[in-house]
Ligand binder design. Structure first.
Ligand SMILES: [Zn+2]
Length: 105
């Protein structure tokens, strides 16, 4: 279903479901990637503090955190789109007209 590291194909190759359900749809994926960044950074920083207390390597935590915050959006943005589509489908089930070749049987 991927068309690049951060891109999805227009529609699911199996069932033809159109991934972009409305204008500005990927704003939801940006919310998902920001949540992922917060979770990973929080785990890195708080976990690093707890594991090394009282001699916390602040410089290592800060530089590692900056690297993580830079890499996660690049590496996981495509996956954040799939998570967003899944979350959205859980609350707003697919309608028949959202399938490229008609609804799956
Ligand atoms: Zn599908």
């Amino acid at each position: 279903m991927f068309a690049g590291i951060a891109e999805l194909k227009d529609a699911c190759p199996t069932c033809g479901f159109s991934f972009v359900r409305e204008e500005g749809y990927w704003v939801g994926a940006m919310t998902v990637i920001m949540a992922l960044i917060l979770i990973v950074f929080g785990t890195w920083f708080v976990g690093g503090m707890l594991l090394t207390w009282p001699d916390v390597p602040w410089t290592v935590l800060m530089i590692g955190g900056l690297v993580l915050n830079g890499l996660i959006p690049i590496l996981l943005y495509g996956w954040s789109k799939t998570i967003w589509v899944g979350l959205d489908l859980a609350f707003n089930p697919a309608r028949a007209e959202e399938f490229r070749d008609g609804p799956p049987r």
